[in-house]
Design a protein around this ligand. Sequence first.
Ligand code: NAG
Ligand code: NAG
Ligand code: NAG
Ligand code: NAG
Ligand code: NAG
Length: 788
Amino acid sequence: MATKLLLLLLFCLFSIKKALSLQPNISSGSTLYTNSTPNFWPSPSGHFAFGFYPTGNGFKVGIWVVGSPKNTIVWTSRRNDPVISPGAALVFSTDGGLLLLSSTGQVQPVAETTQTASVASMHDSGNFVLYNSSSKIIWASFDSPTDTLLVLQKLVPENMLYSSISETDTSIGNFKLSLHRDGSLYAFPIRSLHDVKYIYWSSFSKSVGRNLTLNLAADSRFYLSSSSGLAVLNLTAGGHLVDGSKVLYRATFDVDGILRLYRHQMGSKGSSNISILWEAITPENRCSVKGICGPNSFCSVDGADLSCLCPPGFEFVDPKQANIGCKLNSTAKNDCFGDKGNANYRMTSLPNTAWESGEYDLLSSVNEEACSENCLEDCNCVVATFWDEMCFKQKLPLRFGRRNGSRPTKALVKITRESLPDDTNVVVNEITKKLGKKLVIVGVVLITLSIFLFLFSGYLIFKYQIWGNRMRIRKSNPPDVVQEINVTSFTYDQLVKATNNFREEIGRGASGKVYKGSLQEMNGGGQEIAVKRLEKMVEERESVFRNEVKIIGRTHHKNLLQLIGFCSEGSNRLLVYEFMKNGSLGDLLFKSRSRPSWNERRRILVEIARGINYLHEECQTRIIHCDIKPHNILMDESGSAKISDFGLSKLLKPDQTKTYTMARGTRGYVAPEWDQSNAPITVKADVYSFGVLLLEIVCCRKNLVLAGPEEEMVLTDWVYKCYLAGELEEVVDETELDLEELEKVVKVGLWCVHTEAARRPSMKSVIMMLEGTVVTQAPPPLSSHVNV
Ligand SMILES: *[C@@H]1O[C@H](CO)[C@@H](O)[C@H](O)[C@H]1NC(C)=O
Ligand SMILES: *[C@@H]1O[C@H](CO)[C@@H](O)[C@H](O)[C@H]1NC(C)=O
Ligand SMILES: *[C@@H]1O[C@H](CO)[C@@H](O)[C@H](O)[C@H]1NC(C)=O
Ligand SMILES: *[C@@H]1O[C@H](CO)[C@@H](O)[C@H](O)[C@H]1NC(C)=O
Ligand SMILES: *[C@@H]1O[C@H](CO)[C@@H](O)[C@H](O)[C@H]1NC(C)=O
């Protein structure tokens, strides 16, 4: 209190403004006011000034290079304090303090000194100095650099420069430049302390000596020196020795986290021309500054522009400050962990983009599709970075994202289905393209054999099955038979042998990879098989698995891919199918050069419909396929369609069931009820997928084609439009076609893709309509299915 009164007294005594211009020494008793003119003490040359500079809606106390159009702040006192309100005063008091007196009467020291200062001086070097009565320096602004070093100013070991928040706010920003004892300068984001992991720039001078000092020489040489003063590392060559009254140099650790050396060419009448002499990081690499863009965003440089961008499905935390980061689109439903699982999601890709490598899971030897699909299935996964057959699965927050055109990485981003489709990169459609490609057929020999074996062995074998298995492994006998199913139980060893240790992968999907094999080892027949190795299996008892396999194994229909065997040993769960040489319907429709004839396509349609109808109505346990699409329909040698991969959803982890389905169900084939929480999934979901498939078969085109006219993007919508307009020939690019016949089939498809599950026909009705036993009514409007 006493001091305060004293100060106020002093303040009154010396409140008479002194003429200070170009006066080199400032004697005690001098005072500056925020609103006086001038409100600073200039250096003799007039190039530097100490005093109040305007910022925000007030002032800060600092030093700047005088210039026009604007001054360059090189030092700030108490930079993190709130701005000083107008009405404050800077007092160089007679008792030797340099004090800030706020308009409300609060007093703060600007320079912390232990001795009494008698003279202050704003030097032409930019150093503001306090001297004691014996002309000894007791305080200098050069000793406490903020973000800038001037000529002859040093950064000593274990000291830092902190970047400013922005060009207009000199408070401490996001980056720190630290001169370590080890001899190196390191730049890193301020919130990471000395964590070497986040250093984005270094002088790499560890090897040249410890305890170095950073200096800026008068000739602009920027160098590290040993304690003896010897230059051990030159950051810049220097040699630009010029008249100090015309040219100034400064090194500033800039707002964007990059250390730069600037040259100020002082012109006449106070104008100044600023140029960059050197920068620690080149302009095209500005994105390498860790933290330049906030969490979940990524940095992209385009010429002079650096931008922080949000990945698809994200939005800016603050649209006015892009560098703060991104958050998940708050209006979109993000309920992966809810009961709908991944049903609401799909994957998009961002080429040449990657975030900090901080994966929680890493898959190796995978292709991009498998990577994308795996992330889609996993609720924890937000982004998967794919690179060189490796898949790095990442969670939020994503940090230090960066796009670089020559980078081989690709970010696969999970987004909600409602999110607008981003330009080109919807990858989900492509997922599992390879799945089951060549899966398959028959096994008649084996199955027949199995039936007989079963009849002979009966319950006893089942009862002692485990024991039996082991014996057989040792004896290398033919595989045993599980009661009442025509499905063979293989030992793991047998399948390892049959697939030559899983050598030839012929496909992969959400439920696992598929390998080609041969049964030669076991029955001498050399029958080719496709072995599906299930991943993501429920950790359930073998008996449960067997029970499910039994259900799948009991299905017998000529349009269903027959399961010929399985293996359940330890944690291994494998399914054995006969190998199908002719690939999938997807290949036939979208890849082969000549499209199948109309009659062939009609036949295939009816075959698929019969297969699905069997699953829905005729087998003992009703099976919803959940993943009807061209790539899950395989073609046998005679060109008949066989549905694959049915019944698998039951074998997967409960929380992954829908995920699995969606991952493979693929945008475009999935019934709208999947997108509504709590809507029951019935056989009608398959009817919807079949409807999409029907239109694809009719038009030999994928449902979603993002290239091309917008109205033709979604096949179902386009077909409906053409149907209404009576222009169906538009959608089928074929000349010799019975338009009446075409319309009849298309109508069936349009019924199937109705948004309301209840209004879709059963598969039985579909078959009858396709076969012409019932007349197909005009389909109802599909108004709401526009948002498929
Ligand atoms: C300014 O003050 C310093 C320290 O007391 C002194 O050495 C110097 O000669 C003074 N300069 C002028 C021009 O008075
Ligand atoms: C480190 O350098 C500073 C200044 O260059 C010097 O004062 C100090 O004694 C040195 N310390 C060590 C341990 O060499
Ligand atoms: C740095 O430059 C100075 C001046 O050109 C030179 O004397 C010194 O040897 C250089 N140091 C190194 C390590 O190259
Ligand atoms: C992009 O990445 C490549 C390889 O990682 C690197 O060499 C190059 O400097 C980077 N370019 C830019 C502009 O960031
Ligand atoms: C956020 O989601 C809503 C609804 O899903 C969508 O309309 C909007 O475009 C999305 N916003 C961004 C920035 O992606």
